[in-house]
Design a protein around this ligand. Structure first.
Ligand code: PRX
Length: 665
């Protein structure tokens, strides 16, 4: 866009992809005691990695156990198709389990697992190894061999992690379908991956009730002829149909297996897993991750960003169905011999303090979760957290969306007791591991900023022509050099891989996100560029306006979208969820207060034209706001596809609210 901006009387022509309006002055240096003990506390690491990224990553790769060392760190001759640690041989399950047991750590706890109804299991590394060996043998009995794709559709139970590891052990790439997805999603993924087996459970617990999974698999298989076998874990004990000759109970098949299994020797570039991202439109993309590079990126970032120590109790409160769970519940923590908490259910069951109770009981020292969860807790009120002893916590992490500065402050104050560094970590299913994040022993943080690219990662912000923008300006987030845990391709569709990620700018990976770097070079993520609104020729990011709304004391969460407007092109439409304690007498009046608040906080051009109060927002199952649906509501169009929506009732609620509040303006 071309925008005339008056600066000191001089008209200046600007070509900004997105404009930046907000400003943040608060800053938090690493506490001295934290920095002193941190795994990474020398800022020289950035320069060292930049001077020779391949040497840097090779150094990190030495922390894994290789059956055969690599011949070449990186092969980028066939860009954008990368090969890392070429010629290296290893097995991931062996790295996550056998080597720790061999080193005498068999009695260390791998998982403290807690089911939603309150049942618990404690699993040591040697117990986990035995279970993984048995499942590896069971898969062999079910004719699964190296290279076969295995579809997994399970609740958050230990068998889910065990299954991933067993697949990795025998060299069968897994593809996990989140347990909240429908039969359609399972079917699409089976068909794209051409899988012959599904591993599932009868059901799982969510919000206090058993919810069935197996019937979804049966429905999916009706349109998925490649499936020959289904292995079923008994979790809830609910009645589910079993098809003779095709369906097998886990306990029967796994129960009879020996506890030893030789891990398969895998090539560094062998496929480890596929993970499908739905995308907003079109066919899901099968993101392909391979073995060696993925594990190097995962283990390094886990150690550096979360400062993992031998005695930590670490809790990544995601679901293994997402990449966050693959990398930071399963593979990286186990490869780093970490003790983790794993929780099956929802945060507010049976009471809003469930998370804080878990943290107190297990003495969790590191918590990693999503801003959507933090805002939901803010809405409930901090009294649920402050009623618990959270003093074991020493580090907090955030992932999945931009974290609004006020949500960051709330997390820091009420959960972290103002002593824990907060790491806001930016990455994607495609990147495999964290790319932009503070190093908690080095980086001075600013609430809402993911700060800097990690050592060895070459991130930049460019304009429409692919040129770097100066500090203080916004544009498109790109990665200029390959990195070990990058996706290798889209399964079965290399052209789409090239076009989607490497087609917009020459020799750069385009992440699809807008970002800006402030005067000190800090990265601020501004959301997906598809969501950018064009208001009177100003290209505004949703993130800043949402953060301005959330900075009001009574607002828990906000989503803004563009609404077609005859005068300004698009007008800003804000959906707002208030905190539980907020009861404005006059909603129209309070809407005006919020509009003025945004104008004051960032700029009059960012003032929403309309504010609508809603009890909830449509979100994907991983907690991302579905702005596409909100745009449709705002423009009075039909709602369209809601299959990836976590709760389809939300849209009805908003539409009802929209009718009752139709004349705010
Ligand atoms: O838009 C960015 C947002 O989530 C997208 C990636 O989503 P997904 O592949 O599901 O992976 C999520 C977990 C890694 C990104 O393109 N995103 C993720 N983390 C952040 C973020 N946006 C801002 N700040 C973050 N820390």
């Amino acid at each position: 866009m071309v925008d005339q901006v008056e600066r000191a009387g001089q008209p200046e022509e600007r070509h900004d992809a997105i404009e930046v309006l907000s400003h943040e002055d608060r800053r938090f240096p690493p506490p001295a005691a934290f920095a002193e003990q941190a795994n990474v506390n020398d800022p020289a690491v950035y320069e060292r990695a930049k001077a020779d990224p391949e040497a840097f990553w090779a150094e990190q790769a030495e922390n894994l156990t290789w059956f055969k060392k690599w011949d070449q760190v990186l092969d980028w001759d066939n860009a954008p198709f990368a090969k890392w640690f070429v010629g290296g041989k290893l097995n991931i399950a062996h790295n996550c389990l056998d080597r720790h047991v061999e080193a005498g750590k068999g009695n260390k706890v791998a998982f403290y697992w807690e089911g939603e109804p309150g049942d618990t299991r404690t699993i040591t590394y040697s117990e986990l190894l035995k279970e993984v060996c048995k499942v590896s043998n069971a898969l062999k009995e079910l004719d699964v061999v190296k290279g076969d794709r295995v579809v997994i559709y399970m609740p958050m139970i230990p068998e889910l992690a065990v299954t991933l590891l067993a697949c990795a052990r025998i060299g069968a790439p897994h593809t996990v379908v989140f347990g909240g997805f429908s039969a359609d999603a399972v079917r699409d993924r089976i068909n794209d991956a051409q899988a012959e087996i599904v591993i599932t459970a009868d059901g799982g617990y969510r919000r206090g009730a058993p919810s069935a999974l197996k019937p979804h698999v049966d429905e999916a298989i009706e349109g998925a002829p490649s499936i020959e076998k289904v292995l079923v874990v008994k979790r809830t004990g609910q009645d589910v149909p079993m098809t003779e000759g095709r369906d097998f109970w886990w306990d029967d098949v796994v129960g009879r297996q020996p506890e030893q299994h030789e891990p398969e020797e895998m090539d560094s570039e062998d496929l480890l897993y596929l993970l499908y991202t739905s995308g907003t439109t079109g066919k899901p993309k099968g993101i392909a991750h391979t073995t060696g590079g993925y594990m190097v990126g995962a283990t390094y970032t886990h150690r550096a960003v979360f400062d993992i120590k031998d005695d930590d109790v670490y809790w990544c409160a995601a679901d293994i169905g997402w990449v966050t769970g693959h990398t930071y519940i399963c593979y990286a923590p186990l490869a780093n011999c970490t003790t983790s908490v794993m929780y099956e259910g929802t945060p507010f069951y049976p009471e809003p303090d469930r998370w804080w109770d878990i943290i107190e009981r297990y003495k969790v020292s590191i918590l990693y979760c999503a801003p959507t969860a933090i805002r939901a807790h803010m809405k409930e009120g901090h009294q649920h957290a402050t009623g618990h002893d959270l003093s074991a916590l020493r580090l907090l992490g955030s992932v999945g969306e931009p974290i609004n500065p006020e949500a960051w402050m709330w997390y820091h104050r009420y959960i972290g007791g103002e002593r824990c560094p907060v790491v806001d970590t930016w990455w994607q299913t495609e990147t495999g591991s964290i790319m932009i994040s503070p190093l908690p022993g080095v980086t001075t943080t600013k609430p809402g900023s993911a700060t800097f690219a990690l050592p060895g990662i070459d991130a930049d912000i460019v304009d429409d022509d692919g040129k770097s923008v100066p500090n203080g300006r916004a544009g498109y987030l790109v990665i200029r050099q390959p990195w070990p845990s990058m996706l290798r391709t889209l399964y079965g569709d290399p052209e789409r891989y090239e076009e989607t990620y490497w087609g917009k700018f020459e020799n750069m990976y385009f992440a699809g996100d807008g970002a800006m770097r402030d005067e000190e070079g800090y990265f601020w993520l501004l959301g997906r560029v598809d969501d950018v609104m064009n208001v009177s020729g100003h290209r505004l990011s949703t993130t800043e306006i949402e953060s301005a709304l959330v900075s009001h004391d009574l607002v828990a969460e906000a989503a803004v979208v563009g609404q077609p407007d005859p005068l300004t092109g698009e007008a800003i439409f804000a959906f707002v969820i208030l905190k539980n304690r907020a009861h404005p007498e006059d909603q129209a009046e309070f809407g005006k207060v919020l509009r003025d608040h945004v104008a004051k906080k960032i700029s009059p051009i960012a003032k929403p034209k309309r504010v609508m109060f809603t009890p909830d927002l449509p979100k994907t199952r991983s907690g991302k706001i579905m702005r596409r649906l909100l745009r449709n509501i705002a423009s009075g169009q039909t709602i369209g596809d809601t299959t990836t929506l976590a709760d389809s009732g939300v849209v009805d609620l908003i539409q009802e609210a929209s009718l009752s509040q139709s004349d705010d303006e």
